[in-house]
Design a binder for this molecule. Structure first.
Ligand code: HEM
Length: 388
């Protein structure tokens, strides 16, 4: 396996990781990324196959379970019940309970609310230049997920701050300060949710938390720890990736002067510049795949951003083509961990981008946006535009 070195915090890489992915693809279906000390898959077929291969998974094998330092006890206690970090049968049980509550009826019913929220935010846009992430892209997902869960919109800023701090745990180059912030945010988030869970146990409402409390799978219900952890997963996953998807999409649409949004256009935007670029898998048994041998306890990374620009899967892959046909992109993953929130994210993106382009026909970038150094997250920290 060819070894390649590329710092994930390097400024040029953060701005444009795609040339590195092209180089990596030329190195073979799998390459060894020395900075991560891990084998990585870059091709669409390979990433898709690894994500679906049941001989690998998200949960660390027992002998590789991480030692949990005291200063991260709450964070890991929360992660221990997160379906994203579990494998069957625990994963199947949690995922079924969530899917039972996260119905397409509940999601589609949100369309008028999402549209009204987008219009309200657009009406508040200032004259002159402003940050579209703060004024729009950061607002829509968190307010919608808060409403869906029956949490007050007035706490949206707290939810954003907790979630940002927790997500810092998955960033390249994380520091002790980031770890302390993640731990404090987890504690505050859990305390906050414990109050709402207790309240909704007493007086259920028409919201996702109440549905999750009521949901039963073969006679089994979620424990309070599982409920809180699931709510945190949905809140974190539910806004961070969608914020970056919206920001990345607006940049492409403005640069390409494309203002008609439909479902295939949203998929093409998510293919071309997805917000999450890497997910890893643990190997559970000695195996050979794509000509390489792996032992139980090894890890393989799937580079979703690279798979989405594989010329074997997509003709002229660096080009934006809203009418593109081709295999499903890897932006939402594949296999048993395929994004639970994909229908909600797609709906939010379609409505938020359509509203923006229809109501702000003169929307323009006022400076070239810069990606924040958050790899494997891929999104801007600000997006300065002029709307009128
Ligand atoms: C899983 C991407 C929005 C909830 C995933 C995975 C990806 C992903 C790639 C799979 C990770 C893996 O295989 O290791 C995205 C993107 C989004 C988005 C690009 C926005 C454009 C959302 C939303 C929600 C959500 C809105 C919920 C409200 C989840 C959950 C999982 C997940 C719960 C774990 C599923 C499992 O482990 O079975 N997401 N996501 N995501 N996502 Fe999303």
């Amino acid at each position: 396996m060819q070894k390649l070195t590329q710092s994930p915090t390097d400024a040029a890489f953060v701005q444009d990781p795609y040339p590195f992915y092209d180089r990596a693809r030329a190195a073979g279906p799998l390459f060894y990324w020395t900075d991560y000390e891990m084998a990585c898959a870059v091709g669409h077929a390979e990433v898709s196959a690894i994500l679906r291969d049941r001989r690998m998974g998200r949960e660390a094998p027992v002998e590789r379970a991480p030692e949990i330092p005291d200063h991260l006890a709450a964070f890991y206690a929360c992660e221990a019940h997160s379906m994203l970090e579990l494998e069957p049968p625990a994963h199947t049980r949690l995922r079924k309970l969530v899917l039972h509550a996260f119905t397409s009826r509940r999601i589609n019913a949100l369309a008028p609310e999402i549209e009204a929220l987008c219009h309200r935010l657009i009406d508040g846009f200032p004259q002159g230049s402003f940050d579209l992430l703060d004024a729009y892209a950061r607002q829509v997902p968190v307010i919608i997920i808060a409403r869906l869960m029956g949490l007050p919109e007035s706490r949206a800023d707290d939810l954003l701050a907790w979630s940002n701090a927790m997500v810092g745990m998955y960033q390249a180059g994380r520091t002790r300060t980031m770890e302390d912030a993640a731990e404090m945010a987890t504690q505050a988030f859990c305390d906050f949710l414990a109050v709402y869970v207790a309240d909704k146990r007493r007086t259920p409402g028409d919201d996702l938390i109440s549905e999750l409390i009521a949901a039963e799978q073969e006679g089994e219900k979620l424990t309070t720890e599982e409920l809180i952890s699931t709510c945190i997963l949905l809140l974190n996953a539910g806004h961070e990736a969608t914020v970056h998807s919206l920001g990345n999409a607006v940049r492409v649409l403005l640069e390409q002067d494309h203002r008609e949004i439909d479902a295939p256009c949203v998929e093409e935007l998510l293919r071309l510049d997805p917000p999450l670029h890497m997910f890893t898998r643990w190997v559970y048994e000695d195996l050979e795949i794509f000509g390489q041998r792996f032992a139980r306890g090894d890890r393989i990374a799937c580079l979703l951003g690279a798979a989405n620009r594989d010329p074997e899967a997509y003709a002229d892959p660096h080009r934006f083509d809203p009418t593109r046909k081709g295999p499903a992109h890897m932006g939402f993953g594949a296999g048993i961990h395929f994004c639970v929130g994909a229908p909600l994210a797609r709906l939010e993106m379609r409505i938020a981008l359509t509203s923006l382009m229809r109501h702000c026909p003169d929307l323009a970038l006022v400076e070239p946006p810069r990606y924040a150094g958050l790899y494997p997250f891929h999104g801007f920290d600000r997006l300065m535009v002029r709307a009128f």
